[in-house]
Design a protein. Structure first.
Length: 196
């Protein structure tokens, strides 16, 4: 009798966990997931130009371009600009060095809070770099001479901007191909992507 009760309880627990996982998957990986590769300037041109709509709409974001991003809440939106990429960035002091066989890549972003709510997040959780083989790399905790990092958390009032670096530790021979950024510590359904 006790064994049967334990089995039933285990099945119920498994069903609840499965239901929670399916709900989380539907929320995080639902039909609204998207990767935006079109810079704001090209998107605006596509909406206003008549003859070059196809050309403008196929523009791919690169260093210097801004992508408008949405968070999980309607009030949370931001214009994110990939300002520059410092490859083989040197550690900020003599103790900060990449591990053997690796290198630092520091990426500078400008974030403008465009929603009705402040942007309050840890930008380092929101970004990743992807190499030419499709391997993604998350940020690391390392300051480099490229420049100052974002404060944690970054609190940006609506209409205001913040500028900061995010550092990644990647294999020394990795050829970086793309950089991605998503609001809400990377959990927003929309991701911005810049081609290097």
């Amino acid at each position: 009798m006790l064994e049967s009760s334990v089995r039933t309880s285990t099945r119920r627990t498994a069903a609840v966990l499965l239901g929670a996982c399916l709900l989380a998957a539907a929320t995080a990986c639902g039909p609204d997931n998207s990767v935006s590769t079109t810079p704001k300037s090209a998107a605006s041109a596509a909406n206003t130009a008549s003859g070059d709509q196809g050309k403008a709409a196929t523009a791919t974001a690169k260093v210097g371009d801004t992508i408008g991003l949405k968070g999980t809440e309607k009030s949370n939106t931001a214009d994110v600009t990939l300002v520059k990429v410092a490859d083989n960035a040197e550690g900020a002091d003599e103790y900060t060095k990449a591990a053997d066989g690796k290198r630092f890549v520091s990426v500078q972003f400008r974030i403008k809070a465009t929603g009705s709510a402040a942007y309050a997040d840890a930008p380092a959780n929101s970004a990743k770099v992807i190499d030419d083989k499709g391997q993604g790399y998350g940020s690391t905790v390392a300051e480099t001479k490229a420049g100052p990092e974002f404060p944690v958390p970054a609190n940006i009032a609506p209409g205001e901007t913040a500028l900061g670096f995010i550092t990644f530790e990647v294999p020394a021979d990795a050829k970086l191909d793309k950089i991605q950024f998503a609001l809400d510590s990377g959990f927003a359904q929309q991701t911005g992507q810049w081609k290097l």
